[in-house]
Design a protein around this ligand. Structure first.
Ligand SMILES: *[C@@H]1O[C@H](CO)[C@@H](O)[C@H](O)[C@H]1NC(C)=O
Ligand SMILES: *[C@@H]1O[C@H](CO)[C@@H](O)[C@H](O)[C@H]1NC(C)=O
Ligand SMILES: *[C@@H]1O[C@H](CO)[C@@H](O)[C@H](O)[C@H]1NC(C)=O
Ligand SMILES: *[C@@H]1O[C@H](CO)[C@@H](O)[C@H](O)[C@H]1NC(C)=O
Ligand SMILES: *[C@@H]1O[C@H](CO)[C@@H](O)[C@H](O)[C@H]1NC(C)=O
Ligand SMILES: *[C@@H]1O[C@H](CO)[C@@H](O)[C@H](O)[C@H]1NC(C)=O
Ligand SMILES: *[C@@H]1O[C@H](CO)[C@@H](O)[C@H](O)[C@H]1NC(C)=O
Ligand SMILES: *[C@@H]1O[C@H](CO)[C@@H](O)[C@H](O)[C@H]1NC(C)=O
Length: 460
């Protein structure tokens, strides 16, 4: 044998053994079993039968899946056998970053969804049921023991009672059903979802009283029931959700008093109770005890009363929506003093009177202030810089006694406001009004009086 042929032989063996290792390693990553693979194809075609999923994705669906199909490995604790299973199914094209399989207008539910995937952690539908009605399917009670997220967003043709969405949801952390056609009341079983962190049921057709006992849901961070037809009192057990960060009950028919128990929600940063029918018990004072609050919206409830002095510990607030609440009295200067980070303030369509506090002129981060349709009066405390920055979003119409410095009055959105008379030289009428109000003003009034006397002497 020549050296060259020995070398060739060695090379051959090396190559061969490399090939064997490669093929072994390729055998090793387990394939999705054919039944589960087949179920994925069937579910995909129930979502969009116009696409030939078997041709487009012919290989192992765990190794070469469409976006939205996710698998994971599972080790049997006794046999140490490793298997692979589908753990996430997401349907509906969200964006180029989340290009899940797109749904056709006549998507349907395949029953295999609820029987074939024992290890499913996430089930997600976005804009899938948009035209052909898809009723809440029959879900076997054995379904869902590993499910962590159940999400249906913007599926207006997904209809049926919330109580029909059942399963063994012992692991569920996110229940998001937003913008669908789901109706009926909240079933009591929701109060048993011991691990739940988010319940979002916004923009459906839900109704009835919310009588479910929420006090066990001590991991809940988000509760959003907005945009439904709920009525009656807000259950006081909401106050037991001490880890809550966001509470949105807006655009329903909730009535009665806003429960005092909400004062326990010390972690809350977003509170929206706007557009309900809460009674005239005034702005709740417990807001003062929610130090993390960033946004509070109570608009469209005739709570009445004055704006309370509760702002001392609420410097983190960015947005306040107190429109259309039947508020009376003056705007407290303490709002401007403490809410240094305020970005949005809506106090329009109330019965507020008096002046806009000077402190409001120094709010650095304001993007929008709406004071329309009150009975505010006097000179506005805003500089030219301030009005230039806030622009059209400084809304002041419908306050006939409010006046604006001449240099600001060219602006259109405030065009109806009258111009203030010269600031430092009060006219004689004003002078009579304030002559008894303290040393400073009476001394300057005295000067004015002297001036007028002098003019009278001169002209005489
Ligand atoms: C899993 O383990 C069982 C029992 O040990 C065995 O019969 C079976 O073939 C194994 N399955 C796989 C896929 O390795
Ligand atoms: C859904 O509509 C497509 C055309 O848009 C049609 O090809 C398909 O057969 C329909 N599927 C069902 C289940 O009706
Ligand atoms: C529900 O899931 C738990 C585990 O999370 C399991 O022990 C129980 O047997 C399941 N119940 C049903 C009816 O499947
Ligand atoms: C809610 O449940 C808790 C414990 O699970 C119980 O202590 C409380 O009395 C219940 N509240 C109501 C209003 O039923
Ligand atoms: C719920 O809150 C009330 C007081 O607001 C308290 O008495 C009760 O013990 C709390 N229940 C639970 C289960 O935490
Ligand atoms: C205001 O905002 C700044 C910057 O986001 C932040 O550092 C500061 O803590 C905020 N003030 C309050 C009182 O929360
Ligand atoms: C508006 O305020 C003025 C005082 O500035 C007061 O005389 C008037 O009665 C108020 N109007 C209403 C409708 O409250
Ligand atoms: C107003 O803005 C201009 C430039 O934007 C700046 O130079 C000036 O100092 C500002 N005036 C006040 C009073 O902030």
């Amino acid at each position: 044998m020549t050296v060259v042929s020995t070398f060739k032989l060695a090379l051959f063996f090396t190559l061969a053994s490399t090939l064997v290792t490669i093929s072994l390693q390729q055998e090793q990553p387990l394939l999705l079993n054919s039944a589960e693979q087949d179920s994925v194809y069937q579910v995909l075609s129930s979502i969009n039968s116009a696409t030939n999923w078997r041709t487009l994705f012919p290989d192992d669906l765990c190794s070469y899946p469409p976006h939205g199909i996710v698998c994971d490995y599972f080790t049997d604790p006794t046999t140490k056998n490793v298997t692979v299973h589908v753990t996430e199914l997401s349907f509906g094209y969200v964006s180029d970053f989340t290009p899940n399989p797109s749904c056709s207008p006549n998507s349907t539910f395949s029953p295999l969804l609820f029987t074939s995937f024992k290890h499913l952690r996430k089930l997600f539908f976005y804009q899938c049921f948009t035209q052909t009605q898809a009723f809440v399917p029959d879900i076997p009670t054995t379904f869902g023991s590993s499910l962590v997220e159940l999400v249906f967003i913007n599926n207006p043709a997904f209809v049926g009672p919330l109580s029909g969405i059942t399963g063994n949801f012992t692991s569920l952390r996110r229940l998001v059903l937003s913008g669908n056609g789901i109706h009926g009341a909240i079933p009591n079983a929701i109060g048993d979802l011991a691990n739940i962190e988010e319940i979002t049921l916004s923009r459906n057709k839900l109704s009835g009283k919310v009588s479910v006992n929420l006090s066990k849901l001590n991991k809940l961070k988000i509760l959003d029931l907005s945009g439904n037809g709920f009525h009656g009192n807000v259950p006081s057990s909401v106050g037991n959700l001490t880890h809550l960060l966001k509470l949105d009950l807006s655009s329903n028919g909730f009535s009665g008093k806003i429960p005092e128990s909400l004062s326990n929600l010390q972690a809350l940063d977003f509170l929206d109770l706007s557009f309900n029918r809460f009674g005239n018990y005034g702005v709740p004072l417990f807001l003062a005890a929610m130090p993390r609050l960033k946004e509070v919206h109570l608009s469209g409830n005739l709570l009445g009363g004055q704006i309370p002095e509760i702002w001392g510990n609420l410097g983190g607030i960015l947005g306040i929506g107190f429109s259309n609440m039947g508020l009376v009295g003056e705007i407290p200067a303490s709002m401007g003093l403490h809410l240094r980070n305020l970005s949005y303030l809506g106090l329009d369509n109330n019965k507020l009177n008096g002046k806009v506090p000077e402190e409001f002129g120094f709010l650095e981060f304001v993007n929008e202030i709406n004071l329309e349709n009150n009975n505010l009066s006097g000179r506005l405390p805003f500089s030219a810089n301030f009005t230039a920055k806030v622009g059209e979003k400084l809304r002041l119409k419908g306050n006939p006694e409010l006046c604006l410095d001449e240099k600001l009055s060219h602006r259109e959105s405030v065009g109806e406001l009258k111009k203030c008379s010269k600031p430092d030289i009060p006219n004689p009428v004003l002078f009579i009004g304030v002559s008894h109000s303290g040393l400073l003003s009476s001394s300057s009034s005295f000067l004015v009086l002297l001036l007028f006397w002098g003019l009278w002497i001169l002209s005489a």
